[in-house]
Design a protein around this ligand. Sequence first.
Ligand SMILES: *[C@@H]1O[C@H](CO)[C@@H](O)[C@H](O)[C@H]1NC(C)=O
Ligand SMILES: *[C@@H]1O[C@H](CO)[C@@H](O)[C@H](O)[C@H]1NC(C)=O
Ligand SMILES: *[C@@H]1O[C@H](CO)[C@@H](O)[C@H](O)[C@H]1NC(C)=O
Length: 366
Amino acid sequence: MQLQLRYHVAITAAYRMKKFVLSRLFCRLKFKRLLLLFALITFILLMVPRLNHNSKKTYQHSDFRSGDYKRKYNGNIIKTAGTLENKVHCLSWCQRKTNSNDLYFLSAVLLVRIYSSDLAKLSTRELIQWLYYLSYAGFEHVYVYDAYVFKNESQKDALDFFIKQGFVTYVDWSHNAFPYTVTKTQESAYQDCLNKWGNLSSWQASIDIDEYPFCPQDTKPNFMQRFITNFSEQRPDVSQITMQNFLFLGKPLDDRQHPLLIDRLKRRTHGPANALVKPIYKTEDVSITHVHHHDLKKGKSEDADFYRIRLNHYWGARLQNWGEDTAEILVKTREDITMEGIVKNLAQCIEVCLPSESIIYKFRWN
Ligand SMILES: *[C@@H]1O[C@H](CO)[C@@H](O)[C@H](O)[C@H]1NC(C)=O
Ligand SMILES: *[C@@H]1O[C@H](CO)[C@@H](O)[C@H](O)[C@H]1NC(C)=O
Ligand SMILES: *[C@@H]1O[C@H](CO)[C@@H](O)[C@H](O)[C@H]1NC(C)=O
């Protein structure tokens, strides 16, 4: 506008001057204008890719999230810098990148049946919570073997988000579900996973949805990968690391105030509750799968020091017949709130990492 005006004025003035002066002035003005235009274009060319790059860096993972999040945060980079830092931090663990070679350092395999008569009430909600926790812990992929007996127990739809995200491989295992036997239902699932996809993971853990691997001294995202890396550096001879079993017992807190299973139970056995360890194994060294110790082609199997890693096993009120806490249970257990930091981190990242809060909080069976 201003430019145009100036140009206009200049032209009108120029008409009144001699031809010589007119053309000189005209040239100078034109030159100035061109210079300005050039500067403007240069500025735009320099800045646009920069802005573009910034927003790409910040939002490249936003495509799987709800539109809500985008609406709230897409507009204002500077104002929400603090919260965006949190978002980026969350995305650093919950957004799985597919490597060019599609290999995982660490995966898990699960054999599960979710059924509404389960007294432990391990529902679809708890399944999703467990997957979310594994993602935090540093598992890059989970093979879910769904041993449903009735069609309405299938978890396929419930897992849709994680399947599409590439975090879960869903396997319909219903043909081996009934009658349940350890060999035909459970061990066969682990073996199938090893045979089909074993070579895609360096390490794998076979665990249940009430079993949470936990490193007491390291609760930051990706702690499992750090633990395994450290352990195998010190003990390259070990092909199977077994996690000792700490039972979390007692009457759970109200699930409306404490929707996360790991936030409902805060008392655990003083030490390992029994010999029922669970394995993390180098897939290439395993021959035959079992529940607690797989058979190895080579390498040693060793219990890990439970100060470094253990299995938090959320049994709840099972040993008290699903009733009130007994004196016996209280003696058997001690308070343990070391999971609180992770609970907080998980809650803080829901908005960023999951399509909705209800997927992880809402009680349901499929
Ligand atoms: C699924 O179907 C079975 C058998 O018909 C029934 O007993 C059970 O309650 C159903 N479960 C759900 C969650 O609807
Ligand atoms: C894994 O093994 C299958 C055959 O069982 C083979 O086709 C595939 O290329 C292997 N993948 C890798 C990454 O080694
Ligand atoms: C590895 O683990 C040992 C034993 O827990 C610990 O002392 C050491 O600091 C760890 N090293 C790294 C790099 O984390």
